[in-house]
Design a protein around this ligand. Structure first.
Ligand code: P6P
Length: 339
């Protein structure tokens, strides 16, 4: 039976990458495959979320008498579980958990990496059947191997990520991840239960015509942001437009669309929340890493996201990410108004 080598599964792809680096230990490939496994398990539950009333709402017991967990708690446990029982991860930080979880066993203490993730971003959209996602970032630990990982392993600048990615549970389920070698997208093929390479070597178009922002906060944004949004609305056929405003309210979906088609996503700071809403470590940094590998840019309005030195696990940051030339246009307005 000939194997169709054109359609690589995630496992085949990561092993192929490993063959290109004979000195590699395979730990990163194992970690990415572990994440793919947890994603498949989460996907099953997300896809039946609409049936929760039949299966029992979170916090109740379902017809099988099992405790029904909130989906984001379920997702968190799935990703934490595969990483804890794998051979590549010494500990995790999660949007769902107040502090880091140090796995502290002999194998984990000798693992090379730590992982930060938002297990189910946008979970508020589940009950209206809007796409949601998982976001993750992987760092080489800086603490001594052989000992438990430490908080400093997780408070590294985003530029130190060795890999970052997301899973989007949408019309299809996709896993996109980037290393310094490139960004690649894998679509879950339900017929074989495997993520298969569908978007090789993703590049973010330098230009785009989509801008994504919550207009409801318009009058709370700084002047430079308002000027840029105003300029987006004034685009027409004579000056590179017209632009389209698209905002799903689920970051993974909004950023994924703009990564593929070109565009800019903004979650600026506001008068009442100057640091915005999004979390630096496990929402902004992973996407900033992916977009830069794909040729785009990501800043907090003043500096490159990946250069920010984190001070705490759940700190927030204003977030602007997208096509290189649209980001340059935004920065022109921010500089003008911040003089
Ligand atoms: P707002 C979802 O809750 C989320 O964290 C992101 O996925 C999304 O981009 C953002 O919040 C939407 O926030 O304030 O515009 O509803």
């Amino acid at each position: 039976m000939s194997v169709n080598r054109k359609v690589l599964t995630l496992d085949e792809f990561t092993i192929q990458q490993l063959r290109d680096f004979p000195n590699a230990t395979g730990e990163l490939s194992n970690l990415l495959r572990d994440i793919g496994l947890a994603a498949k398990r989460v996907n099953v539950e997300v896809n039946k979320a609409g049936l929760v009333d039949i299966l029992g709402d979170a916090g109740t017991t379902n017809v099988q008498g099992e405790d029904v967990k909130k989906l984001d708690v379920f997702a968190n446990n799935q990703f934490m579980g595969v990483l804890r029982h794998g051979i590549s991860c010494a500990g995790i930080g999660s949007e769902e958990l107040d502090d880091i979880v140090i796995f502290d066993d002999d194998v984990s203490n000798n693992s090379k990496y730590v992982c930060l993730f938002d297990p189910l971003d946008g979970s508020g959209n589940i009950d209206v059947n809007v796409s949601i996602g998982t976001i993750f970032g992987v760092y080489r630990r800086i603490s001594e191997k052989g000992k438990p990982c430490t908080k400093e392993d997780f408070l590294q600048q985003g530029i130190k990520q060795v890999a970052a990615g997301y899973i989007i549970y949408g019309s299809s389920t996709m896993m996109v991840y980037a290393t310094r070698r490139g960004a690649n997208g894998f679509t879950l093929d339900p017929s074989i239960g495997e993520f298969t390479l569908s978007h090789p070597d993703i590049k973010c178009p330098e230009n785009g015509k989509i801008y994504s922002v919550n207009h409801g906060n318009f009058f709370l944004y700084e002047e430079g942001v308002k000027m840029y949004i105003d300029s987006c609305q004034k685009r027409n056929k004579t000056n590179g437009g017209p632009y389209t405003q698209r905002y799903i309210g689920s970051m993974v979906s909004d950023v994924h669309r703009n990564l593929i088609k070109g565009g800019i996503f903004m979650y600026p700071g506001t008068i009442d929340r100057p640091n915005g809403k999004l979390r630096l470590l496990y929402e902004c940094n992973p996407f900033a890493f992916i977009i830069e590998v794909a040729g785009g840019k990501a800043t907090d309005g003043k500096q490159r996201i990946l250069d920010i030195q984190p001070e705490s696990l759940h700190q927030r940051s204003p977030f602007f990410i997208g096509s290189r030339n649209m980001m340059a246009e935004l920065e022109t307005h921010l500089k003008k108004k911040n003089k």
